[in-house]
Design a protein. Structure first.
Length: 103
């Protein structure tokens, strides 16, 4: 699905549908953030997002996801905040294996 970019008069510089940003550290993906819609305001260094999902990749190859109705991303620091119906999901097989190995 192509990304739609639109200039807006509402203060946001750009609107992007199907927004995605990947944060890497030393070539390893630490997290990937996706949003149905992102409104980027370059002068405020912020992005407001709707229908947000974040995938975290841990060093032990385990993954978990956090989703929310809305989110706010500081584009300078890459810090983000999620609000509204926030859900946490983890890979249950790897989590169950960790628990079994500790018993």
């Amino acid at each position: 699905m192509p990304i739609k970019v639109t200039l807006t008069p509402s203060g946001a510089d750009v609107e992007i549908e199907n927004f995605k940003i990947i944060h890497e550290n030393s070539g390893r993906k630490e997290w990937e953030l996706k949003a149905k819609l992102a409104q980027i305001n370059h002068s405020q260094k912020s992005t407001n997002m709707t229908r947000v999902k974040v995938e975290y990749s841990m060093q032990n190859q385990q993954k978990f996801w956090v989703s929310a109705d809305t989110g706010h991303l500081n584009t300078e620091t890459q810090d983000f905040e999620l609000t509204g119906n926030v859900h946490f999901t983890a890979e249950s097989a790897k989590l169950a294996e960790k628990i079994r190995n500790k018993q």
